[in-house]
Design a protein around this ligand. Structure first.
Ligand SMILES: [Zn+2]
Ligand SMILES: [Zn+2]
Length: 411
């Protein structure tokens, strides 16, 4: 609301002072941004309209502090709340979350950076946005080919395809067809998230057990968008599964039983996360979380899929850190190594999240005297971290560790 208020004042003041209406000014650049207002769903549009009306009330309520000339411009020239609604929609589609340097998850505000709004989205972006105070810098995440488009991420790209696509449709009104979304690996992972292991996997079949034919799409929608509309209707259905590779069947009763196991494993995973959040306040948190994690792991193992959720990653990565802190290095490496495949499944290549994870894992592996693995992890982590180039002490630490590991391995 404050941002809309500021922008409104600025636009109105600019219109007031513009001598030649053909001059390109800030407000025209803002008005040229996409707003996706007309394509928004009725419920979303209603929400935008409500906030817009609220912003206008806020604007008027300040009375004398907004010069009357400007108020007149807002109501007469800009057409009142519809203008504000579109402005709000533009901010939603184009503003950047301003984060604290080195901490991509610590958001301190939002800003509209007109030049940066020109960049398109990719789920495997080749650039990353970094902040120095409130100024935005874009850094490339890898070498760029001549003529290659520079892309950034509009959403958290450390998610499965289904989650990314629904985030992009809801927030920006488009379906993503980037290289990652259309890759074979992604299709494989997408199935992996929704299917269960083949009943004959013990005998070496690596196929996936999925509902037959048309049912597969519905089943997948339910699995990836839990809690959505119609969940009950879908959940009460029964599904017979076929293995995509050997054709082994699973009857409806068996599928239902395994689904229950999966939900129970998910509950264990959630509880493990809750326990870890209590660490520091509850002396048993670590032991309890470890127990919950074991429950989740065995549940998933019976279901026959690898653990690939962002929550599972959080649990494993946190257990790695805490065991590292309590100097149980062996357990720390065990959890850190377990977390790696789930990260690879949900993160794009050159992901900062993977780089940070490997950096911490490398530190533990080094303490256990494994210089080859340390070298492998630090090299991969540094390829991304060196580009970030901020004052995060971990980055200089990993740089030094990479040199040490190189010397120890004699390369
Ligand atoms: Zn994409
Ligand atoms: Zn099979």
């Amino acid at each position: 609301m404050l941002m809309v208020d500021r922008l409104l004042q600025r636009v109105a003041m600019e219109i007031d002072t513009v001598a030649n209406p053909n001059d390109r000014h800030c407000h025209q650049a803002v008005e040229a941004l996409v707003d996706h207002y007309d394509e928004a769903s009725p419920s979303r549009r209603k929400l935008i309209d409500e906030v817009a009306a609220g912003s206008l009330v806020f604007f008027w309520s300040r009375g004398s502090s907004a010069p009357s000339k400007i108020s007149t411009i807002v109501s007469k020239r800009l057409g009142g709340y519809k203008y504000v609604a579109k402005l709000l929609s533009r901010l939603e589609c184009n503003a950047f979350a301003i984060t604290v340097a080195g901490k991509v998850s610590h958001q301190i505000g939002q800003g509209l950076f007109l030049d940066a709004t020109m960049f398109n989205h990719s789920c495997e972006p080749n650039c990353i946005q970094l902040f120095q105070g409130t100024s935005l810098r874009l850094r490339t995440l890898r070498p760029i080919f001549q003529g290659e488009e520079l892309t950034i991420a509009y959403i958290d790209v450390n998610q499965h395809k289904a989650a990314r696509q629904s985030g992009l449709i809801a927030g920006y009104g488009f379906v993503c067809h980037c290289a990652r979304c259309t890759s074979v690996e992604e299709a494989w992972w997408d199935q992996r998230v929704t299917g269960m292991g083949c009943p004959l996997r013990g005998r070496g079949c690596v196929g996936l057990s999925l509902p037959k034919g048309r049912d597969a799409a519905l089943f997948r929608a339910w699995r990836t968008m839990k809690g959505g509309n119609g969940r009950k209707a879908v959940e009460s259905r029964t599904w017979a599964h076929l293995c995509t590779s050997c054709g082994a069947q699973r009857d409806e009763k068996e599928v239902k039983r395994l689904e229950q196991e999966f939900l129970a494993a998910e509950e264990h995973e959630k509880k493990a996360e809750e326990c870890l959040k209590e660490y520091g306040m509850n002396p048993n948190a670590l032991v309890m979380a470890t127990g919950m994690l074991e429950g989740a792991k065995s549940g998933y193992a019976r279901y026959g899929v690898p653990y690939v959720s962002i929550r599972m990653h959080y649990v494993l990565a946190r257990l790695m850190e805490l065991n590292f802190a309590t100097q149980d290095f062996k357990s720390a490496v065990e959890y850190g190594t377990l977390a790696a495949p789930s990260l690879e499944a949900i993160c794009p290549r050159n992901s900062v999240l993977i780089a940070y994870h490997l950096a911490i894992l490398a530190k533990v592996v080094w303490l256990l005297g494994d210089c080859k693995t340390t070298l492998k992890y630090t090299s991969r982590a540094m390829r991304v971290l060196q580009l970030i180039d901020n004052d995060d002490p971990l980055i200089s630490e990993i740089k030094a560790l990479l040199e040490q590991a190189r010397r120890a391995c004699g390369s």
